[in-house]
Design a binder for this molecule. Structure first.
Ligand code: ZN
Ligand code: FE
Length: 267
């Protein structure tokens, strides 16, 4: 069995530490010191570093940790020119065998937030490490990709087994749920979820992981094809703009732009 631990970093990042039998892997080590402390506290040896995409808050500790520990470094081939120190370049459908931990991860290409973004899926325990693609109640900003790419990426993640645990890289849940409630003000499940997560956060407990089933129920970006979300996006766009919202990709793009301009009442 793999144990997964959240290592909080910066303002709202989670670096994910996986361990089994005294060996560890870390996903997106933005801060080397946070990982050092996490390993030391648990008496773990770092065997592998897994990178989802090239942003500094996900790779900042990579070189130092690799040099200190000799850990093998995995990351997206498509971003290898932007990430110094990658040793194993990964493409869609590749597998990452981590013998020290006794697991094999499947690589899923999820362009949108960045063009080469990948996610890692562990099929036995059903663990998904998805970086800045799918968040609890939301999705990553489209810095490099198109709405069509992100929608397809989220569709692939949504098709994973419903019980899959979703380990995303940021604690954005409350502001995401605030936006979700703006989109679907009459969705009672959202109001209940907001109260539940507010209690968790007040107690200092991460709201991550979620599950794929949970996200399919509540996350507006996985519900862009639903009658409720479609109607809300069309109403928000106004009569003239709504003429151009003819398919799920355009609805999804308008939903993402709506979120970009949304100022949450909570954080
Ligand atoms: Zn990012
Ligand atoms: Fe990030």
């Amino acid at each position: 069995m793999i144990t997964v631990t959240a290592l909080p970093a910066f303002t709202d990042n989670y670096l994910w530490l996986l361990d089994a039998g005294g060996h560890a892997a870390v996903v997106d080590p933005g801060d080397a010191e946070v990982v050092r402390a996490g390993l030391a506290a648990r008496g773990l040896r770092l065997a592998a570093i897994l990178i989802t995409h090239h942003h500094p808050d996900h790779i900042g500790g990579l070189l130092a940790l690799a040099a200190e520990t000799g850990a093998a470094v995995y990351g997206p081939r498509a971003e290898s020119s932007k990430i110094k120190g990658l040793q194993h370049l990964l493409d869609d459908h590749d597998e990452v065998r981590l013998d020290a931990l006794g697991i094999t991860l499947q690589v899923i290409a999820v362009p949108g937030h960045t063009l080469g973004h990948i996610a890692y899926f562990e099929p036995t325990q059903r663990l998904l490490f998805c970086g800045d693609t799918l968040f609890v109640g939301g999705c990553g900003r489209l810095f490099e990709g198109t709405p069509a790419q992100m929608l397809e990426s989220l569709d692939r993640l949504a098709a994973l087994p419903p019980e899959t645990a979703v380990y995303c890289a940021h604690e954005y849940t409350l502001s995401n749920l605030d936006f979700a409630t703006t989109v679907e003000p009459h969705n009672l499940a959202l109001a209940e979820e907001m109260a539940r997560v507010q209690a968790l956060r007040a107690a200092g407990v991460p709201s991550v992981p979620s599950t794929i089933a949970h996200e399919r129920r509540l996350n507006p970006f996985l519900r862009a094809r639903s009658a409720e979300v479609t109607a809300a996006v069309v109403a928000q766009a106004g009569e003239e703009a709504s003429q151009k919202l003819g398919n799920p990709i355009e609805i999804f793009g308008a939903l993402r732009r709506w979120k970009d301009g949304h100022r949450p009442r909570v954080r």
